[in-house]
Design a binder for this molecule. Structure first.
Ligand code: SAH
Ligand code: SF4
Length: 395
């Protein structure tokens, strides 16, 4: 989601005559789009901003924009402690980014805006379909820095999809609880159906769905539309119903597993997010997470150590000693590695539709990586018989 926000901000900056570069010393402007989901992400952003003071002083006219979730949470502190930041634009104000630029008088719009050469090279075009989140997971800072959930009108979303599809055969719909999308009765399932109707769209993905919002109309639309990728990144967080309740996740471990069973019947591969060391997690709870992970056979998982976020209910709880958390994390990571290798090896001998993202590599509908020695056209889909896998890539 941050990537999509960065892309939007970049488009506005192109309108002010800027071009994208990855070479710091060539740049006249640095845009830092920040995340605050875990303490570590926020620290990294702040320390980078700190280091940029020297870069800014080295040449006159250099500018810094500090944007996103950490900017929302820490705006005032950043203003005081980091005078090198010319503009601070919090996540809730991203819609007003162009006005903020204009008002600052640091930037002057130009008549012939630069075109975003970089964005069109990617196979996947990202389209935000909603902003914010109205769930109140006890550990999570997102609702505080991004505000309540609101769906973007289907007209705007579909027009954005049509535009992106001209250069990006794969469309990725984005939202914190993407499948909670509902614009005056226009549901997520309906939106998926409409996106699939766009002829240039070859594959549709979405991120992040929440288990609680998966409804029967979703299964139906998947069955009817081959363009919908057979992969879901469905955050689990914990395999213990007790911890899930403490986290206010609104589903039980059993309910989550039921969804997985339904999805597997439709040939889906599932990846997930898991938090280890939530303050109320006992050894027994952690064991239940491991057991559920084995049963679900995830193709991949992001595993995070619990990070207390100031202002959230979970930050008030007594933390588990770091040694125990690290130990649990290592055990879980090993388990996930085995699951992932199994997911790859299970595809040997099967036919897969590969969407090529480079001349010799691409992804399956189930989101597994494939590599070949032959040369293919980027952006095309080809049906390929999988001959081998080392557990990390299909061949
Ligand atoms: N909206 C999505 C995920 C958003 S945040 C969802 O509900 O699933 C991405 C992931 O960061 C979460 O799935 C969670 O695993 C992790 N996360 C969020 N807050 C965290 C915290 N305080 N400590 C550790 N991990 C956290
Ligand atoms: Fe955070 Fe996701 Fe829960 Fe929303 S649904 S509060 S973004 S973890």
């Amino acid at each position: 989601m941050n990537e999509a926000d960065s892309e939007e901000m970049l488009l506005h900056l192109f309108g002010f005559g800027y071009q994208k570069t990855s070479v710091l010393n060539e740049a006249d402007l640095v845009l830092i789009n920040t995340c605050t989901i875990r303490d570590h992400a926020e620290h990294r952003a702040l320390s980078y901003l700190g280091r940029l003071a020297k870069w800014k002083a080295e040449k006159q006219g250099r500018k810094i924009i500090f944007a996103g979730c950490a900017a929302e949470r820490l705006g005032k502190l950043v203003q005081k402690r980091f005078p090198q930041a010319d503009i601070i634009c919090g996540a809730k104000s991203l819609d007003k980014f162009p006005e903020i630029l204009e008002k600052s008088s640091l930037f002057k719009p130009i008549k012939t805006a630069n075109t975003p050469k970089e964005a069109s090279k990617k196979v996947t075009g990202q389209v935000s379909i909603m902003r914010g989140c109205s769930c109140k997971c006890a550990y999570c800072i997102v609702p505080y820095v991004r505000g309540e959930a609101s769906s973007i009108s289907p007209e705007i979303v579909l027009e954005n999809c049509r535009q992106k599809a001209k250069t990006h055969p794969e469309i990725m719909l984005l939202g914190q609880t993407v499948n909670a999308y509902n614009y005056k009765g226009f549901t997520f399932a309906k939106l998926l159906e409409e996106v699939c109707k766009i002829p240039e769209v070859k594959r549709v993905r979405f991120l992040s769905p929440h288990p609680v919002f998966i409804k029967d109309d979703f299964y139906k639309v998947v069955q009817d539309n081959k363009k919908i990728a057979r992969h879901l990144h469905l955050p689990l967080q914990s395999g213990s119903t007790k911890v899930l309740k403490d986290m206010k996740r609104l589903y039980t471990a059993e309910e989550y597993f039921e969804i997985i069973k339904n999805l597997k019947q439709l040939d889906f591969l599932i990846s997930t997010d898991i938090i280890v060391g939530y303050p109320t997690e006992t050894e027994e709870d952690f064991k239940q997470t491991l057991e559920l992970v084995k049963k679900c056979n995830f193709s991949f998982a992001y595993c995070f150590k619990f990070s207390p976020r100031e202002g959230t209910p979970a930050a008030e709880l007594k933390e588990i000693p770091q040694k125990i958390v690290e130990n649990r994390l290592n055990i879980l990571l090993n388990e996930i590695r085995e699951c992932s290798a199994l997911a790859y090896k299970s595809r040997i001998g099967q036919k897969e539709e590969i969407l090529f993202e480079t001349k010799n590599s691409g992804r399956t509908s189930g989101n597994l990586w494939y590599r070949t020695n032959t040369l293919e056209k980027v952006g095309t889909i080809k049906e390929i018989l999988i001959k081998d896998s080392n557990g990390k890539i299909l061949k």
